[in-house]
Design a protein around this ligand. Sequence first.
Ligand code: DAH
Length: 344
Amino acid sequence: MPAMLESLDTLEADALAALSAASDAPALESWRIEYLGGKGRMKSAAAGLKDVSKEEKPAAGKRLNEVKQAIEAAFKARQSEVGKGGGGGGANSAGPAIDLTEPGIAPELGRRHVISRVTEELCDVFGRMGFEVVTGPELEDDQHNFVKLNIPAEHPAREPIDNFYVDDPLKTDVPRMLRSQTSTVQIRTMESRKPPLRIISPGRVYRPDTVDATHSFMFHQLEGLYVDRKVSMVDLKTTLYSFARSFFGPDAEIQLVPSYFPFTEPSAEFYMKIRLRPDEPAKWVELGGCGMVDPAVFEAVGYDPEEWTGFAFGFGIERIAMGKYSIPDIRMLFENDVRFLKQL
Ligand code: DAH
């Protein structure tokens, strides 16, 4: 047998024998240095390869790799044995190296953010009433955010100072903007589908409001739209009432207060009696707006207002979450203080 192969056999046998004799961590470390270290025996064997004749080189190289893999694997196996205290009669045989009766360290588990969970619950509740979830883009244009929702050019809601325009509204035909309401999705859905429809659409909206306990420049809304023949205000109220009771419980109270929105006629604000602070009684809080879809909106999307009727609503999801969990300040939902989020 060529000399190189012979010395590799010896190296392997020596290494394995020395390894089974190593019975604690320091012994394993000196073994590692001697055999696998930067100046160890495996390294010098590899360096010897350059002196081997050309014909013998492939076999020697192959064997060198085998030996290296074999002793590395044996080292890992031995390491875990020794670690577990299975020292096989060595220094650790007196008992296990770790005390399994010690209380463990519980891993910190993450959880979904309360806004995501409330959104999901809202979709479930409306899903059971037959509403399908659709989504729309956050980067919108003023056609979908205003024009087709019957909000005229001079309407104060369109002021550049009250919106995040991406294009200059004075210099662009169809300026892009971050949507200020999810009502945009009513338009997008009606443009792409034929009635009847029953959809809800959760998502982020943006308004340059000064941040305080009840305002944020970004928040979430849930939009709803129901289009069919002979839909009435009674259908709207029944739907909102069923939602309130499924989401907040059988004692939930709601109120519709007459109001004005350009895209609904008649329009109402939707109030619920909820508790925003754990230490205060429940109060009437406005959760959003609703109403019967204005015929001008149907015309803008090519639906015949003589044939089709519908209701729509839009709520603030933060308000709903704050009511459900008695959260007094909207900023708590975005600061991501884990001590707060953990309680929900
Ligand atoms: N988009 C309105 C807002 O952000 C809320 C709203 C009111 C939505 C009435 C509707 C509606 O669908 O019918 O203030």
